[in-house]
Design a protein around this ligand. Structure first.
Ligand code: ZN
Length: 344
């Protein structure tokens, strides 16, 4: 089969690789219907050292079950399924606590010996715990929104949940990437009435308004902070959803959070430390968030996607086939595309 292999910064190739086969009795083989490129794939795309052998990449996909191992129950060939961005048994103590990202028997797509999602098919370890069956056909118009359940929508949701967003909290979302926009959608879904989106790409913040943002602040740094404070009577917001992962975004988060408030960060941090000085102590700021256990949220978010009350798939603004994947990376890195859907 063909699959995406990254060989270093700026070097993404689509290559012939071995067809996936069942190796463990807990495996399934899934033919990929839709996959996509993640903002976090852009970190290795920007900085990975050159590798002759390369490594498989892609951690968001949905597809059709082709084969299941003898220990997999509840899934049959022909089922349409979505995979969260890590695989997990969904039965260990961490999984039962809703922290499938710390599963004792789980792991990452694209790790040595494990397929990535940006290919024609995937061997899915711990298939029974990992895959969630979707009650749709292979040609459903909902596939893009259902694919968002792999990562960006649950990640935005995790950000809002861990920040404690509810109808009484005001919210600032930092970042107009796919996760930031999904955080807006999640905050709105949890009942927030005031959602300030900080982002400067108009097409993206327009989608943010459609998803529920009540205000958009395009300014950055001190100007952006002043604008958010002006919008909130000088206090800032109860919750801040940091969906970027860069140091200036975290600094902005601390500057726009209201005393007693909570910052949640789901942008993969590209910085070693966070402000934790006497000033933040005096203001009783809580910092939470982390990698989202997407698997824990899929069943909860699925009905709203099926009913169309939320349409997170609108974050996809470009579709490519496998041959188009390298250019999809380039387009996202150049900020030409918000999020690229892959249709193998
Ligand atoms: Zn587990």
């Amino acid at each position: 089969m063909r699959a995406t292999v990254i060989h270093g910064a700026g070097d993404v190739r689509v290559e012939d690789v071995p067809d996936p086969v069942l190796r463990e009795p807990t495996d399934a083989v899934v033919r990929v219907l839709r996959s996509c490129i993640c903002g976090s794939d852009l970190w290795p795309y920007g900085s990975m050292p050159v590798s002759e052998q390369g490594r498989r990449i892609g951690h968001e996909f949905l597809g059709v079950v082709e084969e299941t191992g003898v220990e997999v129950s509840g899934l049959r060939p022909g089922d349409v399924v979505v995979a969260p961005f890590v695989w997990a048994d969904n039965t260990c103590d961490f999984c039962r606590e809703g922290l499938q990202t710390s599963c004792r028997h789980g792991g990452n797509w694209g790790a040595p010996g494990v397929d990535g999602g940006q290919g024609e098919a995937v061997r899915v370890p711990q298939a029974q715990g990992t895959l969630v069956k979707l009650p749709v056909g292979e040609d459903s118009a909902l596939l893009p929104s259902l694919l968002s359940l792999s990562d960006v929508f649950p990640t935005g949701h995790h950000c809002a949940v861990t920040a404690g967003v509810n109808p009484r909290t005001t919210v600032t979302v930092i970042g107009d990437g796919a996760v930031g926009l999904c955080a807006v959608l999640a905050a709105k879904r949890l009942g927030a009435e005031r959602i300030i989106l900080m982002g400067r790409h108009k097409a993206r913040t327009d989608l943010g308004r459609e998803f529920g943002a009540t205000d958009v602040v395009a300014e950055r740094g001190e100007e952006g902070v002043a604008k958010v404070r002006e919008l909130t009577g000088g206090d800032g917001t109860h919750t801040v959803l940091e969906c970027v992962g860069l140091r200036p975004a975290v600094e902005t988060a601390y500057a726009v959070v209201r005393a007693g408030g909570t910052i949640s960060r789901v942008g993969a941090p590209q910085y070693p430390d966070v402000p934790a000085d006497f000033g933040t102590f005096l203001r009783n700021i809580t910092l939470t968030g982390g990698v989202a256990p997407a698997r824990a949220y899929i069943e909860e978010l699925l009905p709203d996607v099926l009913e169309g009350t939320v349409q997170p798939g609108k974050v996809f603004d470009r579709t490519v086939d496998l041959d188009g994947v390298p250019d999809g990376y380039r387009a996202m890195a150049d900020r030409e595309a918000l999020k690229v859907l892959v249709r193998p």
